[in-house]
Design a protein around this ligand. Structure first.
Ligand code: ADP
Length: 369
């Protein structure tokens, strides 16, 4: 199911008659069957956006469509969405089986739809209870919890509890799955494991999934597309690699990638780019004279071994070796620092003067604010 937000704005009434705009005129389309990450720093409007798609929050302005259907005014239980919250929200006194079955047995709207699906089963099943049993077992199998159906949540690891929450969302056969920071309560190792699980489950079911995270690494590693927000405003949408390689602005360039990108001051004069005060290279397109910020990722800077005209001089100030790679810090002629990645067995030494190089298409130019 495709999800489309058209000029969606959300304002919350604050204290003393103030209003805070959490999401501003958001226009995005989430393609059917994709895993899409809503990404940005804390407070940028990710959860608010997710809750508007879910129907938990009303929109203040704009429209939300599921396929061609305008769902803006539709209550949450009629939207056919499954939601997973960061704290799992499991019932502690119920077993895994009961937790997964809960929405099937306790929501009026869901039961109505289930009875209809049951009546239309082919081949038919004799017994509605057996049908519920089958759905719970299928969901448990999908998240690999078949052996744990009799346990209580407290007898499971955090990752397993989160998988129960995912099974409970999926058992309803939702057309859209919404995940709100589903990994943030897990430790680092489980986080990686569970995010790969989410990817597998999403691919296996093909359910259009929106995944909220503030962790760019998480989003880049599993999402088909990312939507990046800042202060409730869309910054960029696209496949992770494309957004990483072609950031729309300085915010996106700095937000994506670990470690952070190098940003150094420079300028454009007569269509040439200056790194600090040093002429670097001629720009392929015409840009007006102005001070700029220049962004280059660590991995895109390398020592120049071919005496390129476009290389620039720097002095190595420190080398930090971590496992297979080193982070080398250098100082440009005008004193600005820059960092690059090298293999740990590289021969560079502190105090060395080096000539460095980056391909022009890996050099991003932003307005200096
Ligand atoms: P994120 O999920 O990106 O961390 P949120 O969507 O939770 O951000 O919040 C976006 C902005 O809206 C924040 O400034 C937050 O304080 C505000 N906000 C969120 N929910 C409410 C609410 N129920 N009432 C008032 N303000 C809210």
């Amino acid at each position: 199911m495709q999800v489309r937000l058209e000029q969606v704005t959300k304002t919350f009434a604050g204290s003393k008659n103030t209003q805070a705009t959490a999401v501003k005129e958001l226009d995005v389309t989430i393609a059917s069957g994709k895993l899409v990450g809503l990404l940005g720093p804390s407070g940028c409007g990710k959860s608010t956006t997710l809750f508007m798609i879910a129907g938990i929050h009303d929109v203040s302005e704009g429209h939300i469509y599921f396929g061609d259907h305008d769902v803006t005014a539709l209550p949450s239980d009629k939207r056919g969405v499954g939601i997973v919250f960061q704290n799992y929200a499991l019932y502690p006194h119920l077993t895994v089986w009961d937790n997964i079955a809960f929405p099937l047995l306790n929501a009026k709207e869901m039961k109505k739809r289930l009875k209809q699906r049951f009546a239309e089963l082919s081949p038919p099943m004799a017994n509605f209870k057996a049908y519920i049993q089958r759905l719970v077992e299928e969901a448990a199998k999908l998240v690999e919890l078949t052996a744990y159906l009799d346990r209580k949540p407290a007898e499971l690891s955090g990752g397993q509890q989160q998988r129960v929450a995912i099974a409970r969302a999926i058992v309803k056969n939702p057309s859209i799955l919404l995940l709100d920071e589903p990994l943030s309560n897990l430790d680092a190792r489980l986080r990686v494991q569970t995010r790969d699980e989410i990817k597998r489950i999403q691919k296996q079911t093909g359910i259009t999934t929106v995944f909220v995270t503030h962790d760019q690494d998480e989003a880049l590693s599993i999402c088909d597309e990312v939507i990046i927000l800042k202060d409730g405003v869309l910054q960029q949408q696209g496949p992770p690699q494309e957004v990483y390689d072609h950031p729309a602005n300085q915010f996106v360039a700095e937000f994506l990638g670990s470690p952070q990108i190098n940003l150094v001051g420079g300028s454009i004069k007569a269509n040439k780019l200056y790194l600090g005060n040093e002429e670097w290279f001629a720009l392929p397109e015409s840009l007006s004279d102005q001070p700029v910020n220049i962004g280059v990722r660590y991995e895109n800077i390398r020592p120049d071994r071919e005496n390129r005209k476009q290389a620039f001089e720097a002095t190595v100030t420190s080398i930090a070796r971590t496992g297979g790679t080193s982070t080398v810090q250098v100082r440009l002629a005008d004193g600005q620092p820059m960092r690059l990645h090298r293999d740990s067995d590289d021969v560079l030494q502190e105090g060395d003067r080096v000539r460095l190089y980056a391909r022009p298409r890996t050099v991003y130019i932003f307005n200096a604010e």
